[in-house]
Design a protein around this ligand. Structure first.
Ligand code: GTP
Ligand code: SPV
Ligand code: MN
Length: 673
């Protein structure tokens, strides 16, 4: 690769050196950047160091190098210009929550939901693992920004990595390169991040398609919240390795936000414009693979309503002098779930991956294109599945593929086989999105760099029963309660034995709290207490697109029909419609859900009888629900950590205001008809 060979005099790269000898650390104007790179150069002993510039040429060169090494498949450039396909190792297909650690000095500060290890112990353990870990490899230094460079909400990071896959994904997901170093100047601060796939190469050893530590127990995703540092080892996939995303923008940022009075949340951001031309900004926190990308880019079924995307995964929100919360999307691209993304469900996501996109773990078609389950198009007769094995179109369903020719749909289902991994993803530049709200995306509101003011915040999850289509909080505290009580079926976005089971996932942040969940709840409550004008805080709603009938069919079409719910929310904000004030919150009256343009494909049509059912209170279900929320609170109160069995006298407590809200709803339910 050209950049790697540049002489170090140009400050770009040091020449290759014989193994064990430390290459020269390149110059950096910023002393903290130099110290960070120099430290890890000496520990990891890479063969060479390359600084990521953010230039297209360097990006393309790295992609081409990966093609040559068999780590990328170059897709049909007529159909998908600038697009590549990667296949990961079978052990490395999603986030590893069991190997994710919050290493605060005191265990109690990591709280009951996080894995914890003493920071000194962890540093010693991981330093050992990092020693010599980049032998035979290139160390890349990625300067990156989370947010538009120069925006008051934006923060910066330096990720050191030995994975070219990480480099090109970070180039898409964040703003990388020289512009960031320039902005940092001599003494600008940043979050230091170190990442290695943990697979050094012996002299002359050929690299594999997806290097990583194959044993799950050798992977570490570690946050040091007090030092604001991120150390990741052994995995090359998604949130484990693209350290700007979950590690920085949620875990470390949530800690910074707590200290500094703002919020870092697992939320999409969208702009909605009514037929009258009024703009609303909405955020929504749904757990992984529960519909953020889809809602963020949704094509409204309701005539006259326009939806634009600002972000699909993470929001940073800062209170303004007017008491409103102003949000930016710290990311620069979408790391979206591929299966299920179709022209019917999310045409804007498909359009976003037309060019300059990296696909991971999807099917390769014979014409150099990609395919996945529920893409809405017929499968090719033959293809290559995510493991690199041949796959074949199903005998009786053109929209499925099986591992052998001529298999029936029933046989494929029975075998559990999927041709694209359930957590296969596309990494697409945000600018590709046809409905990107450019001003909002660039962190501007009314042309000023402040982020967009949020009118409504949604919580949600996959809940086959009990939870209504939409429920409005009666107050901020009630809204915080709703968030704290969120739960969802576990999805393939996580390597877990619990996929499909409902688990509590407060604010969709369970895997992403950088500190104690009880303190996090308190921080949400503080946002009202410390607000310059609490009346201007966003209204809070809980939505559920995933109610199912006894037969297991969705009761609500979801996707574009969710615009009907967003309209109801806007109508509530404007005071245009009333609501049924129930024990659990304010539910829509049937006649206030706009059912215009409810024709066509029956899969995407609202069934009015089912709608009626999902906007009422299921009293028995809710009594149980409140009980389980109480149990989750008790567990948070009881445990200082996941592993401690005893009541810890020092454990933080779930805030009294949330306990009071729980008791109030419980009492109201008991009285309700
Ligand atoms: P992460 O990137 O993991 O944080 O996921 P996400 O929250 O962005 O989820 P995404 O929008 O990618 O959706 C995940 C899956 O849920 C896809 O298979 C979608 O097709 C499906 N999905 C999204 N929205 C809806 C909906 O309104 N109804 C139904 N039934 N399915 C949906
Ligand atoms: C999620 O799991 O919430 C994701 C994918 O957005 S990852 O980046 O892997 O965390
Ligand atoms: Mn996510």
């Amino acid at each position: 690769m050209a950049t790697a060979k540049k002489p170090c005099a140009k400050g770009r790269a040091a020449p290759a050196a014989p193994a064990a000898k430390v290459v020269k650390t390149p110059k950096f104007e910023n002393a903290k950047v130099f110290a960070w790179v120099d430290k890890w150069n000496k520990i990891c002993t890479p063969d060479r160091i390359v600084i990521v510039t953010g230039e297209k040429k360097q990006h393309d060169d790295i992609c081409e190098m990966m093609v040559k090494k068999g780590q990328f498949v170059k897709l049909n450039q007529k159909k998908r210009p600038g697009c590549y396909l990667a296949r990961s190792h079978e052990s490395d297909v999603a986030r590893v929550e069991g190997r994710t650690f919050i290493c605060s000095k005191k265990e109690i500060d990591a709280g009951p939901t996080n894995h914890w290890m003493d920071p000194d112990e962890m540093r010693a353990k991981m330093t050992k693992a990092y020693t010599g870990c980049m032998k035979g490899r290139t160390m890349y230094v990625i300067p990156y920004a989370m947010g538009p460079i120069g925006n008051p909400i934006t923060q910066y990071g330096i990720e050191i990595t030995d994975s070219p896959y990480v480099v090109v994904n970070m180039n898409i997901m964040t703003r990388t390169g020289d512009a960031v170093l320039k902005h940092l100047g001599k003494d600008g601060d940043f979050i230091p991040c170190i990442h290695s796939v943990g697979a050094p190469l012996k002299k002359g050893e050929k690299d594999v398609a997806w290097p990583c530590a194959k044993n799950i127990d050798d992977k570490y995703i570690t946050q040091f919240p007090e030092d604001h540092e991120i150390w990741s080892f052994g995995s090359g996939y998604g949130g484990n390795a693209l350290l700007g995303k979950k590690c920085f923008a949620l875990r470390i940022a949530s800690k910074l936000a707590k200290e500094q009075g703002w919020m870092a949340e697992h939320m999409l951001i969208l702009t909605l414009t009514s037929p009258e031309g009024k703009q609303y900004h909405v955020t929504a926190a749904f757990p992984s693979a529960c519909g953020k990308t889809n809602l963020a880019m949704m094509l409204p079924k309701l005539p006259g309503w326009k939806l634009q995307t600002i972000g699909d995964d993470i929001a940073w929100l800062k209170p303004g002098a007017d008491g409103r919360l102003y949000a930016i999307n710290p990311e620069n691209g979408f790391f979206g779930v591929a299966p299920g993304t179709s022209m019917d469900s999310n045409p804007n996501a498909l359009a976003s991956c037309k060019k300059n996109t990296i696909f991971t773990n999807v099917v390769l078609t014979p014409d150099g294109d990609i395919w996945w389950e529920d893409m809405g198009v017929d499968a090719p007769e033959e293809g290559v599945d995510w493991k690199g094995n041949p796959c074949y179109r199903c005998a009786d369903d053109p929209k499925r593929m099986g591992p052998k020719p001529g298999m029936t749909k029933a046989e494929i289902k029975e075998s559990g086989y999927v041709a694209a991994h359930k957590n296969s993803r596309f990494t697409a530049p945000a600018i590709n999105c046809p409905v990107l709200d450019k001003d909002g995306f660039n962190g501007k509101f009314n042309k000023k760099p402040t982020g967009v003011p949020i009118d409504a915040m949604l919580f949600g999850g996959r809940r086959p029963s009990t939870i209504p289509l939409v429920n409005e909080a009666k107050s901020w505290t009630h809204g915080v309660f709703m968030g704290s009580a969120a739960g969802s079926e576990v999805t393939a976005a996580i390597i877990s034995n619990d996929v499909g089971k409902v688990r509590r996932d407060p604010m969709a942040m369970l895997p992403f709290f950088g500190y104690n969940v009880c303190d996090y709840f308190q921080h949400w409550l503080e946002m009202e207490r410390t607000s310059a004008n609490p009346a201007n805080l966003p209204r809070v709603y809980f939505v559920n697109w995933f109610r199912k009938t006894d037969k297991g069919e969705f009761m609500w079409p979801g996707f574009g029909d969710n615009s009907r719910v967003l309209k109801w929310i806007c109508d509530r904000i404007e005071g245009k419609v009333g609501a049924n004030e129930t024990a659990i919150g304010n539910l829509p009256k049937f006649e206030d859900i706009d059912l215009s343009n409810n024709e066509g494909d029956p899969r995407f049509t609202v069934n009015p009888a089912l709608l009626k059912k999902i906007i009422t209170v299921d009293k028995a279900g809710w009594i149980k629900e409140i009980e389980t929320v109480g149990e989750s609170y008790d567990e948070y109160d009881r445990k200082a950590s996941k592993d401690s069995k005893e009541v810890n006298p020092n454990a933080r407590r779930v805030p009294a205001a949330l306990r009071a809200k729980l008791a109030e709803i419980k009492a109201a339910l008991a009285k309700a008809k």
